[in-house]
Design a protein around this ligand. Structure first.
Ligand code: ADE
Length: 354
């Protein structure tokens, strides 16, 4: 497949997401790229995404290795393009969050996506508004599987904890375990984010250590916004149950009256919805421990002992790749690095990764 890289949609510290056009079909896709030598996390994400197929999970379109002019190689994960950005974008754009009909719809779709993932034995580990894309049809899709893992029937307390502090479940914050139940807690936090425009625990803004400590040890759950309907509040209580064994499962939540409602009219989508998504990474004031380093690097896979010390606020940084020769460049290479039609690889990206 040949494709042409377009404008940047978002940047992380070691991966950048671009829009791109497929030559054959004309389809717009999203391409997440990282320097090959530091792309273990992206290759792992590609492997997980390639095994999934649900309307509520961003679609996999393939992977390619391309070369930079400097001769260093770039790993590219090709995905379905989501023209409206993320639910975090839409909630934040809307100032004080989305209306309840809207976020009930997104919540139902997120839970459907999670029910599918959990049925396949996958835990996402980083559910939050900036990892939920809004697709062409206006439906929510779970994205960014950089922290995802297989369900571990016998969790090991030395297992690293992944994710974003403000969305972390108490058992994960304490480093005990991170399972399907922890994703459900994160859904509760995401509902608060959609309803208010901000993630929970804003009193601790900017200090991940305080949040981890408060989530893990205070005995509190995030504050449920007082303006919500009783149904929404009840739904949130089921998600934000501190004891993981008392939290509802995705399948149970799908039968909760809060999400058993007809969809709103498509035209009611607030902020609606430019076809130029803004940055979808680095949206929140906390970045997750995502895309930090390759697999196995301790700042990504935070060990039990290191989890608090290593979680940090990550500023805007990362690759400073510039597109060469204008906005659009052509890429001709297969996933295994061989050239299509024996041609050379036209140049793609140049610059340094900081
Ligand atoms: N940002 C990250 N992934 C994306 C996608 N698939 N579509 C649009 N923006 C994105």
């Amino acid at each position: 497949m040949e494709w042409t890289r377009g404008r940047t949609l978002g940047r992380g510290s070691s991966a950048t997401v671009y829009a791109a056009t497929c030559h054959n079909s004309g389809e717009i896709i999203a391409v997440k790229s990282a320097e090959l030598s530091r792309s273990g996390f992206l290759q792992r994400e590609a492997k997980i995404l390639s095994s999934l197929n649900s309307p509520y999970v961003v679609g996999y379109r393939g992977c390619h290795i391309t070369k930079m002019r400097s001769d260093s190689a770039v790993y590219n994960l090709l995905m379905e393009y989501a023209p409206s950005g993320t639910v975090a974008d839409v909630a934040a754009k809307n100032g004080s969050g989305l209306g309840e009909t809207m976020f009930a719809k997104y919540t139902r779709q997120i839970i459907r996506g999670l029910e599918y993932l959990h049925s396949k034995g996958i835990v996402h580990c980083d559910i939050k508004g900036s990892n939920v894309l809004i697709g062409e049809s206006g439906d929510a899709m779970i994205a960014d599987f950089g922290c995802a893992k297989r369900v571990d029937p016998e969790p090991d307390s030395a297992e690293p904890i992944r994710g974003t502090p403000a969305f972390m479940a108490p058992e994960a914050a304490r480093g005990e375990k991170q399972g399907k139940e922890s994703d459900i807690w994160a859904v509760g936090c995401t509902v608060i984010e959609m309803a208010t425009g901000s993630p929970p625990w804003t009193a601790e803004a900017g200090d991940p250590f305080s949040v981890i400590y408060r989530v893990g040890y205070s005995g509190e759950s995030p504050e449920i916004p007082c303006f919500l309907t009783e149904q929404a509040k009840d739904f949130l209580r089921r998600c934000l149950e501190r004891k993981p064994e008392e939290r509802w499962t995705a399948s149970q939540l799908l039968n909760h009256p809060f999400v058993c409602k007809p969809d709103p009219e498509p035209g009611l989508i607030p902020g609606s919805i430019s076809n130029s998504p803004t940055s979808v990474m680095d949206q929140l004031f906390w970045r997750s421990v995502e895309e930090e380093e390759d697999l196995g690097h301790p700042s990504r896979w935070v060990s039990h002992d290191e989890r608090i010390g290593r979680l940090r606020c990550v500023g805007y940084g990362g690759p400073t790749w510039d597109l060469e020769g204008g906005d659009w460049v052509t890429v001709r290479e297969r996933c295994d690095g061989t050239m299509i039609g024996g041609s050379h690889c036209e140049f793609v990206i140049s610059g340094n990764v900081m």
